[in-house]
Design a protein. Structure first.
Length: 71
């Protein structure tokens, strides 16, 4: 993706860094004047946090039981 050059630069600066970066499933769709964007999979989601935006849109964060953001 678009962040790959930044990740490579960071890895070059951290000697011995061998942290793997997994691809995150992502898609978007425009429907009836609205844009739907999803990143990650929420199969293991234990809680959902909603944040309303000023324009009437909202964001949903799906969190695993340990608090990790998964979608």
């Amino acid at each position: 993706g678009g962040d790959q050059p930044a990740v490579l630069r960071q890895m070059e600066q951290n000697e011995g860094a061998d942290e793997a970066h997994a691809a995150v499933p992502w898609f978007w769709s425009d429907q009836y004047g609205l844009t739907l964007q999803i990143a990650g999979l929420s199969d293991e989601g234990k809680s959902v946090v909603r944040r309303d935006l000023d324009d009437g849109a909202f964001i949903l964060f799906h969190l695993a039981q340990d608090g990790r953001l998964i979608a």
